[in-house]
Design a protein around this ligand. Structure first.
Ligand code: ZN
Length: 266
C-alpha cells in the first residue's frame, strides 16, 4: 500500500511538471491549428511598423509568435468590446522586445485586461482626464499575473505612425525587467553580467542630459532605472532610426540588451 501511494505521488508530481512546465495549458489551442489569418497579416502590415521593417522570413516568424501568444494568454476587455486587432496589438507589444528570444513567452502572465480608458490608482476610468494618468500597469499582489492596458492608448501606440511612446511595449519591458525578481532597469534574463556597469553608467549619462533639457527622451524616464529602461525601449522600438541618429550610444546599448536591430535594413 505504501509503495502504491508513493507511486501515485511520484506519477502525479511528474504529470504536473510535464503539463505545466513543458506543455502549459493553452487558453485558445484552436488558434494553432490554422494558418495565419490573412486579415491579421493585413493589419500587421498596415499598423505595426516594427513588422513592416522585418525581412520576409522574419515576418513569418513574427506571425507564428503572435499565434503562440494569443493561444496561451487570455486578453479580455473590461467594460469595453475588444477586437482581433486589439489582441494583435497586445501580442505585438509582448513579442517585439523579446523577438530575439523565441523560447520566452512571459510564463508569469496569464491575463491581459483592456480598460476602456486611462485610469487612476483605484482603477477608475470615469474620472476627469487629469486624474486618470495611468495608461497601463503590471499587476502585483492579488493582480499578480495580470497586465492592464488602456485601449485608446494601445491603439494610438500602433497607429502606423512613428512616435516615441508605446504603452504596450512599456509594460511588457517592465515584465522582462522584473522576471529576475527585481524591476531595477537591469533585465538579467537578457544580460551578460559584465554589461551591468556600462549600462548603469549610460543610464546616468542620459539622465543627466534629460535633467538639463538636452534630450528629447520623455522626462518620465527620470523616475528610476526601471522607468528609464521602459521609456527608452518605447523610443527604441517605435522610432529606431531617430533614436539611432540622436542617441547612438544608448541605441547601441539597447541593441546589446535586446539583441536586435529594429531599424529598417535593406
Ligand atoms: Zn512604467
Amino acid at each position: 500500500m505504501k509503495y502504491l501511494l508513493a507511486a501515485i505521488f511520484v506519477f502525479t508530481a511528474v504529470y504536473i511538471l510535464y503539463k505545466y512546465i513543458f506543455h502549459p495549458s493553452l487558453a485558445h489551442p484552436e488558434l494553432l491549428q490554422k494558418p495565419f489569418p490573412p486579415m491579421f497579416r493585413a493589419f500587421l502590415q498596415k499598423r505595426i511598423l516594427y513588422y513592416q521593417n522585418l525581412p520576409d522570413d522574419r515576418k513569418q516568424e513574427f506571425e507564428s509568435r503572435i499565434l503562440k501568444f494569443l493561444a496561451e494568454k487570455n486578453i479580455t476587455g473590461i467594460d469595453t468590446e475588444i477586437s482581433d486587432a486589439d489582441r494583435i496589438m497586445v501580442a505585438s507589444s509582448a513579442i517585439i522586445p523579446l523577438f530575439a528570444f523565441p523560447f520566452y513567452n512571459y510564463p508569469r502572465i496569464t491575463e491581459i485586461l483592456i480598460y476602456p480608458n486611462s485610469f487612476d490608482e483605484n482603477f477608475q476610468t470615469d474620472n476627469a482626464t487629469e486624474q486618470r494618468n495611468i495608461l497601463g500597469m503590471v499587476g502585483n499582489g492579488f493582480m499578480n499575473g495580470t497586465v492592464i492596458l488602456s485601449k485608446p492608448d494601445l491603439e494610438a501606440a500602433f497607429d502606423g505612425l512613428r512616435h516615441k511612446n508605446n504603452v504596450g511595449i512599456h509594460e511588457f519591458v517592465h515584465l522582462i525587467d522584473s522576471a529576475d525578481g527585481e524591476a531595477d532597469g537591469i533585465p538579467e534574463i537578457l544580460f551578460q553580467h559584465s554589461f551591468v556597469f556600462p549600462w548603469l553608467k549610460e543610464i546616468k549619462r542620459e539622465m543627466n542630459k534629460i535633467e538639463k533639457n538636452h534630450s528629447d527622451i520623455n522626462p518620465y524616464a527620470l523616475t528610476n532605472n526601471a522607468e528609464f529602461l521602459a521609456v527608452v525601449s518605447e523610443y527604441f522600438f517605435d522610432n529606431p532610426e531617430k533614436m539611432k541618429s540622436r542617441h547612438p550610444e544608448l541605441y547601441n546599448d539597447l541593441v546589446g540588451i535586446f539583441k536586435q536591430y529594429p531599424e529598417k535594413r535593406e
